[in-house]
Design a protein around this ligand. Structure first.
Ligand code: HEM
Length: 124
């Protein structure tokens, strides 16, 4: 089920994000703080919570729209922070990466809104 996959990927991304936070602290170099923040929040927190929603609402979580939503969110949760890190380290030549990543994340979130509203309406 896509919800379980999302929760597994989220915990891995959260671990990577936390280890990156510890590395920043040790090196006292906070250049990558925005990439760390977005990996933890979009990849760790949001991905886990959205996956949990699908586990709590199996009727919503078993649809092909939910699979598309979860897959898009996983891709965006990696491309977006990686893109931010690329721009911070290598410059704006790589600006397309965070732009594409953020658009994937917003598209996935818009799909999630559709799924939540649909399943809320089904319960009324
Ligand atoms: C082991 C766990 C973590 C460590 C060691 C860590 C470490 C850090 C460090 C060193 C900074 C930079 C501080 C500065 O710029 O002065 C930072 C910023 C930040 N962290 Fe973490 N962090 C951890 C977990 C998390 C988690 C779980 C989240 C969110 C769910 C998070 C969200 C943020 C945010 C929003 C910022 C500010 C980013 C910015 O200023 O651009 N962190 N963290």
């Amino acid at each position: 089920m896509i919800g379980s996959l999302m929760m597994c990927v989220a915990t891995l991304l959260l671990l990577v994000g936390m280890l990156a936070g510890i590395a920043m602290g040790i090196q006292q170099d906070f250049t990558l703080a925005p990439a760390h923040a977005h990996l933890n929040l979009v990849g760790g927190v949001l991905l886990f919570v959205f996956g949990l929603y699908y586990r709590l609402m199996p009727a919503a979580g078993s649809t092909s729209l939910a699979k598309l939503q979860g897959s898009l969110h996983i891709v965006g949760a990696i491309v977006f922070p990686a893109g931010i890190a690329l721009v911070l380290l290598k410059g704006t030549t790589f600006i397309a990466a965070p732009i594409v990543g953020s658009l994937i994340v917003v598209a996935a979130t818009a799909l999630f809104a559709v799924i939540v509203f649909r399943s809320a309406r089904a319960k009324f």
